[in-house]
Design a protein around this ligand. Structure first.
Ligand SMILES: [Zn+2]
Length: 260
């Protein structure tokens, strides 16, 4: 019965409206998590705990902010953006792929930021855009944020070279992805041809590969001249990591890719 009602809801209500409803529902129900133990730097609110995330293979406690939906990686990235980039204070341009709602809400309010949000699904961003064929001229963007996207893209090398192409010289792409710390090489197999198998092989049903310890090499091979691996959680320290629930590092590394 529950599944039937869900299917009817999906059929009758457009996706953009469903997303808005979900965001509103989350905000209303976030009072159930009221407390002082944890804090979200994206919405500025405090909670007793965050929501857990899991899919039967991987489970993370205190992952998602009940109010704005930020995840561990979102909160780490915002700390980095605030402390280490001019994005929030200077007149720069930003191309944001698969925009996290919690970050997009912040970016949209910044008067100096030239902000372009993009996704292959037109309901998830301002502009519909294929990251493997970005409809922009070369050398036009100061910053790109591309978090947990590359694992889902059929031709990852093309996506990387497209990001490099549209960045201005000295432009920066901040890239994040899920990494299997036990595998030095990115794992891909043709056998992962169903959502169930992808869940089994890659830990998520819509991933096309599970990155390993060679992400830096792959970004350089795609065209970036300089790639720095940043574990910004280490810089922030244990107490901030605990208070803001910044994860265990497997999803929160930032690859700072510079175009020379
Ligand atoms: Zn929040």
């Amino acid at each position: 019965m529950k599944t039937f009602l869900k299917l009817c809801y999906q059929k009758l209500i457009p996706e953009r409206r469903r997303i808005r409803n979900r965001l509103m529902f989350n905000k209303l129900t976030s009072v159930l998590y009221r407390g002082k133990n944890l804090k979200c730097n994206c919405c500025g609110r405090s909670f007793r705990r965050f929501k857990a995330k899991g899919n039967g293979i991987v489970s993370r406690l205190n992952a998602e902010c009940p109010y704005c939906g930020s995840l561990e990686r979102t909160r780490v990235l915002l700390f980095y953006l605030q402390n280490k980039t001019p994005l929030l204070t200077k007149p720069v341009s930003l191309l944001h792929f698969a925009p996290e709602w919690s970050l997009a809400a912040i970016f949209k309010k910044l008067p100096l930021l030239q902000y372009v949000s993009a996704d292959i699904n037109p309901n998830l961003a301002r502009y519909q855009m294929d990251i493997m064929d970005i409809p922009m001229r070369p050398n036009t963007v100061d910053y790109i944020i591309c978090s947990h996207v590359l694992g889902h893209i059929p031709d990852e090398r093309k996506a990387i070279s497209e990001m490099h192409r549209v960045l201005k010289p000295k432009g920066i792409a901040l890239i994040m992805t899920i990494i299997d710390p036990n595998n030095p090489k990115t794992f891909e197999t043709a056998d992962a041809d169903t959502p169930q198998k992808r869940l089994q092989y890659y830990s998520e049903p819509d991933l096309l590969r599970l990155h390993g310890g060679d992400v830096q090499e792959r970004l350089i091979a795609g065209g970036f001249e300089k790639v720095e691996i940043i574990d910004y959680r280490q810089t922030l320290g244990d107490e901030i990591c605990r208070k803001y629930a910044l994860g265990d590092g497997s999803r929160e590394l930032i690859f700072r890719c510079e175009k020379i």
